[in-house]
Structure formats: structure tokens, C-alpha cells
Design a protein around this ligand. Sequence first.
Ligand code: HAX
Length: 436
Amino acid sequence: MSTSLKSRLAEKIPAWRADVRTLAKEHGDVVLGEATVGKALTGMRGLKALVCDTSYLDPMEGIRFRGYTIPESRAALPKPAAGLEAYPTGLWFLLLTGDLPTEAEVAELEADLASRATVPDYVFAALDALPTDTHPMVQFSTAITVMSNESKFAKAYAEGLGKGDYWQPTLEDALDLIARLPVVAAYIYRRAYKGGGRIEADPNKDWGANFAHMMGVDNAQYEDLMRLYLLIHTDHEGGNVSAHTSHVVSSALSDVYLSVAAGINGLAGPLHGLANQECLKWLNTLMAHFGGNVPTEEQVREYAWDTLNARRVIPGFGHAVLRNTDPRYIAQREYSLAKGMGEHPVVATVHRLFDVIPGVLKEHGKAKSPWPNVDAHSGALQVYYGVTEADFYTVLFGVSRAMGITSQIVWDRAMGSSLERPKSVTVAMLKEAAGI
Ligand code: HAX
């Protein structure tokens, strides 16, 4: 066990708990916002009814991880060397504890994860039982679900663990799961697209770089991109489909594996994480439609309108909370420009979409945000390094999102969060409330 991570949490949890208890006991009636008929009918958009301390999403500014923006996190977190991207595991430490880790703390966490990375054979056997063309997200979710057999929380609970200690085996499960996800995901990648065969982890590489290595992409630049990718996709506060789903499931005291698998199933929807796959597919058909070259602005406009007129969404644009360009998009755009990737036709097409699509969506007049989100850019950078299998992209996202989700679950367990059980009403009740 990464002792500084655990002891940091053990130090902080009593004060966090006391704060939350006081709030609930003494200020429980304070009004935060209103549940209206509109909110009940439109996915509770903007309803303030969840608590999440790991990150906060401002509609204009975008995400802050424990108070740090993406540029601040990238600058402040420990890195393998100057000029390289920060360790995503350092961000996980920050999400879990609220503190920026030192280099020694990240090294300790990396070593701890490496020591836990052995995936039981039955997990590979469960994957091997699925047809190789099973969608990678189904394979990923299956593998995570079956690993519930490993849950230390479930065992401790069955043996009578008291509520105050729930967070400890939950943290153990989180560490085990995060250690193993790159191994599982790389296995799925190789099984689905490279004829199978496992590549062992390289003990000299960090958790993020090893994922690239185990996929079989041995390229130091791709490893660096992987660190960036895994860092920016971790957490997006509590209300997004994947985090919220995991939170609900975990509130029933389902273990980390079951809770994360549930969130991964939500991530697999095209309006959420699967949008990264959909973006690349949309972009590929757009390019093919116009002869395979970088389309002109006029061609993009025409194709975008065709999509909208067919009553389909343009993947990678719009957001339920953001009302500005997603800083996760900006981080990838700047990375691609800084690394001279902009001439690649797929990257160049993504940049052309940035120039054209917001104007089209504004003219269309429906989307509350016409700006690109994280998924509009990520696939192009994968293609640049030869990872062209779009169906796999949401698994990459899932490996990262699992860090955000697990940090939220550890926090929930530490706070003794309640079972989530809001109240539903009937349409007739809505009509009555509206005086109809
Ligand atoms: N293309 C076409 N229409 C869009 C649109 C887009 N990119 N974005 C929103 N709209 C439409 C909505 O479908 C909705 O239409 P209806 O009234 O007919 O239902 C209308 O504009 C208003 O929607 P909104 O309030 O702006 O957006 P929502 O909060 O309802 O939905 C979505 C947010 C992200 C789901 C939406 O913008 C969308 O479908 N985008 C494309 C898919 C996508 O990129 N998803 C990934 C989002 C980021 C993420 O979670 N990553 O994992």
C-alpha cells in the first residue's frame, strides 16, 4: 500500500467528515437551487443536488481538479523529465487527497500500482469467451465486473466491517483496479485488432507509458501523449453520466469493481464517452465523401448541415454544462500544434472543424453550446500515432475516467455518504403542480 497516500487520507478524513456532518445536521435546510417541472423533464440539467469535492466544472472556465485548471495541473504535477507530460497517477493522488504530490509520493504510488498489476487468469478467460468483434467497451465492462471477485471491500463487509472503516478496503480495491486496468485494456486492444498476445509491462516505464507499451505502440512520443490523455479525461465533477452512475451504484455499497463497471457502461453511450469513437467515424466519412483530402470550409459546412438536417448530432460538439470551448480540447489542440502534428490530414481536418462547426451550430440555433468538447480532438491524435481503431477510443477514456470515479467513491465512503434515492413523480403530478 502506498503509505503516504493512505496516511494522507487517514489524516484528512476526520476533519472532512466533521465538516460534512455539521453541514448536514445544522444547515440541512439551506436551499441550494430549485427542482422545477423543466428540470424534472430535462435530465435534471443544472440541478444542484450532488456533492463532489474531487473536481468542479465551471461552464465558462471548464474543469478544475481540486482547484487546479488543466494547464496548472500539467505544470505543477511531477513529470518523468522536463518537457514531458505529468504523471496521470500524480493527478489521481491530487484528486484523492486534495494535495499536489511530491515526486517521491508519485514514485511510491507508481511502485505500489506496479506491485498490484497482476490480472487474475479468469479475467482473460472471461474475455476470451467473448467473440473478438465484441465492442471493446463491452469487453472492458465485462472484465471489470468479473474482477469484483477480488474485492477486498466486499470480503471485509461480509466479515462485519464497521461503517467508519469502509474507505480503507475501498481504497485498496481502487488501487488494485487502477493498477490492472491498463493491462486489461491493452489485452482487449491486442485481442481485437492485433491477433492477440500479451505484452508484459516494462518495469522501467510509468503506469501511463506502460499502457502504450502493452498496447504494442512503442513510441516515446505516444507514451507522452498517453500521459496527457489519461490526465485530462480523469474527472469532470459528479453529475456526468459515468461518474454519477458509479456514485449511485456505489451508494448501495456495491464494490468499486461493480460501481466502476456501471459507470463504464454509461461512458459507452454516444452522447457521452463513445462520442470520441463517433467523432472519428464522422470525420472519416466526411473526408471520404470529399475524396479523402482535408475538406474545405465550405465542404465541412455542407456536410455538417446534411448531418443536422438528418436530425443527427455532430459528435464532439456541445455540452450539458460547458458553454465555452472545453479546456481538455484546447490542451489537445495546443499539444498537436506544439508537436507539429497540424499537417496530418486528420489533425488538420479536426482543426478545420473548429473553424466551421461552431458557426453552423449557432446558425442551427438548438445546441446551447456550439463549442467542441474533449472528444472532438482525441481521436485525431491517436490516428497520428497509428492507433486508428476508433471503437477502442472509449476504452482509453475509461481507463482514465476510472481514476476520477474511484477517487469520488473513496471520498463518498470516507464521508459515509447516503444511499442515493431521489423521489420520482408522475406526469399527472407535474400537470397538477403546473395548475393544468
Ligand atoms: N449537434 C446537433 N445537435 C445538438 C448538438 C450537436 N453537437 N448538441 C446539442 N444539440 C441539440 C440537442 O440534441 C438538443 O436537441 P433537441 O432539443 O432536439 O433534443 C438541443 O440541441 C439542446 O441541447 P443542449 O441543451 O444544448 O444539450 P444537452 O445538454 O441536452 O446535451 C450533449 C449535451 C453533449 C449530449 C449534446 O451537446 C450532444 O449530443 N453533443 C454531441 C455528442 C457529444 O459530443 N457528446 C460528448 C459530450 C462530452 C462528454 O460527455 N464526453 O464524454
